[in-house]
Design a binder for this molecule. Structure first.
Ligand code: H2U
Length: 346
């Protein structure tokens, strides 16, 4: 039967997390009289003497950044996790449970330039960010007490980002956090059943269907996932299964940097604003096992809905029942494809 995905309210299944999203295409045109965000993307100087991430500047803990010239990382002065080896557990009646956890948090400055962000940087500079991520994944992951390395970027004040200097973070922990753990369990079930990774088969379907594709290059596909929750949510997925980013060849690292830059340039076109998002890489834990079930990928979760100033709120039904979206993933992909065609000649 032909399912009217563009008109009929329906639920879509996310096989990576075993969860559902409610899609209500008919609500798309409802009027908006709610909160509008401030456009915080005014031109910034190349160097800001008050910025704690600019080269040579003093950080809150009194240390000085070196005069770095390319992607640079340092241990977060306000780390959420502390290196610790002693495991302490607390349990009462099976209902009150706590476990001590250790880890290392890092800040990654993408560029010495205060005024840039990934879409404005040269391809070679974005490649340097990718190289640093790989280096950190390997170095942190090789530590005995680190089981998982979460690489992420929070961009824009609307996402709670505390500083406009282009940067991301890495939280390496002695445990595998919930989101990657769910994805791991579902990818493992899929691999056992089909002897292929879930995302390998998913990519074949999406390449055939085309409607949710944003663009592809030699080694990566960028798409709006069928189960996207955020209005313009996307994923960058490598075409061949790889458990982690350290398995990329040099050519694949270039292709990944290209996809990251191209996608964020398209995002900036969408509402003609420096587009805010939370993005991050989900990949295999660093627990010493091969994890052939893992097909690493990068997810982009942008909050904007209709314009530079109207944000999608995950409240009410979303907090209490299920996430919900109005604009369909197919409509979002179509709009992003137009933006890609505008920026691909730049
Ligand atoms: P966000 O803008 O995404 O919050 O990241 C900035 C991080 O930088 C934040 O985690 C750290 C904060 O702890 N930081 C330092 O490590 N040193 C400083 O001098 C200020 C901020």
């Amino acid at each position: 039967m032909n399912f009217p995905l563009a008109e009929q309210p329906h639920r879509r299944y996310n096989p990576l997390t075993d969860s559902w999203v409610l899609v209500s295409p008919h609500r798309n045109k409802r009027p908006w009289q709610g909160q509008e965000e401030k456009d915080d993307t005014a031109k910034r100087p190349i160097y800001d003497e008050t910025c704690y991430l600019c080269p040579g500047n003093k950080r809150s803990n009194g240390e000085f950044n070196p005069n770095y010239e390319s992607a640079y990382s340092f241990v977060n002065d306000f780390s959420a996790l502390k290196p610790s080896v002693e495991k302490i557990t607390f349990e009462k009646e099976g209902l009150l449970r706590a476990e001590s956890e250790g880890g290392i948090c890092k800040v990654v400055c993408f560029s010495p330039r205060h005024d840039l962000s990934i879409p404005d940087m040269e391809a070679s500079e974005v490649r340097a960010v990718v190289d640093l991520w790989v280096k950190e994944y390997q170095a942190l992951g090789s530590l005995d007490h680190i089981e998982y390395v979460q690489i992420f970027e929070n961009k824009g004040a609307v996402m709670g980002c505390s500083n406009p200097h282009p940067h991301g973070q890495i939280w390496a922990s002695s445990f595998v956090p919930d989101e990657p753990l769910k994805k791991q369990a579902n990818q493992l079930l899929y691999l056992k059943k089909h002897q292929k990774t879930l995302l390998f088969d998913y990519l074949l379907t999406e390449i055939q269907e085309k409607v949710r594709m944003v663009f592809e290059n030699d080694d990566f596909v960028v798409l709006v996932p069928f189960w996207a929750v955020w209005p313009f949510e996307t994923m960058i997925v490598p075409k061949r299964p790889m458990a982690n980013i350290a398995m990329m060849s040099h050519k694949e690292r270039d292709s990944f940097a290209h996809a990251y830059k191209q996608l964020t340039m398209a995002y900036d076109q969408l509402f003609e604003v420096s587009f805010p998002y939370s993005a991050g890489i989900h990949q295999a834990p660093t627990d010493g096992f091969l994890h052939e079930e893992w097909h690493w990928h990068m997810v982009f979760l942008p909050p904007l809905l209709r314009s530079a100033t109207v944000k999608k709120f995950m409240v009410g039904y979303e907090m209490l029942a299920n996430p919900q979206r109005d604009i369909t993933p197919e409509q979002a992909a179509e709009r992003l494809r137009v933006c890609v065609s505008k920026v691909s000649g730049l």
